[in-house]
Design a protein around this ligand. Structure first.
Ligand SMILES: [Zn+2]
Length: 201
């Protein structure tokens, strides 16, 4: 790649964090290469400056420039759905390998945990990721994937679905300890006759 596409004279002197001019959310620096990669149509004469990524879910701005009169790019300008700003499926969490929040959720319902982060780690270690040109934040998705997994694993709704699937099977109800008081009376797998027979078998 030629230098004209990647150099940014202001990087290093610009503040690391700026507030989004629309909703005031603290927004971190993003490399101009990421902006150029993920904005569908770049404006002619696009300002070569430091850009920032607003990840607030209630704001349509995705990227804004250091200069107040510089360009702003909105959700609709992007070639990908920005997971941090989406509330309906598909909500991307990993842009290199295409994992969505639903993939993690399905795995937790199926097995009680998600191995998506482990699979991504293997790919990252093999040098197969390209976060700087695929992820709107320009950063590795593993932090977001881990956060989504933790949130979903702690979700009572998913736990109930997982426990329900386990009733009558040999699958132990190990996740019940983590569930809230309302989960047990509704599904009470310990009161289920199959449970005892399974354990004795
Ligand atoms: Zn914003």
């Amino acid at each position: 790649m030629s230098d004209c596409c990647s150099t940014n004279p202001k990087t290093g002197t610009a503040p690391l964090v700026m507030v989004c001019p629309v909703n005031g959310a603290r927004s971190k620096q993003v490399d101009i290469l990421t902006v150029k990669s993920l904005v569908r149509r770049l404006p002619l004469g696009m300002l070569n400056t430091q850009y920032y990524f607003c990840d607030a879910s209630d704001c349509d701005v995705v990227y804004f420039a250091l200069e107040v009169d510089g360009p702003r790019f909105l959700r609709e300008d992007m070639v990908v759905r920005v997971g941090a700003k989406e509330t309906a499926d598909p909500i991307p969490v990993c842009y290199c390998f295409g994992f969505t929040r639903k993939d993690i959720e399905d795995e937790i319902v199926e097995t009680g945990r998600s191995a998506v982060a482990d699979r991504i780690k293997t790919e990252v270690n093999a040098g197969n990721c390209a976060c700087e040109v695929r992820n709107p934040s320009g950063k590795c998705c593993l932090g977001d994937v881990a956060r989504a997994s933790t949130e979903l694993t702690g979700s009572d709704v998913l736990l109930v679905r997982y426990v329900s699937r386990g009733v009558g099977s040999a699958q132990p109800h190990r996740n019940l300890l983590a569930s809230s008081a309302c989960v047990v009376p509704c599904h009470d797998p310990f009161g289920h006759g199959n449970r005892l027979r399974c354990q004795l078998a």
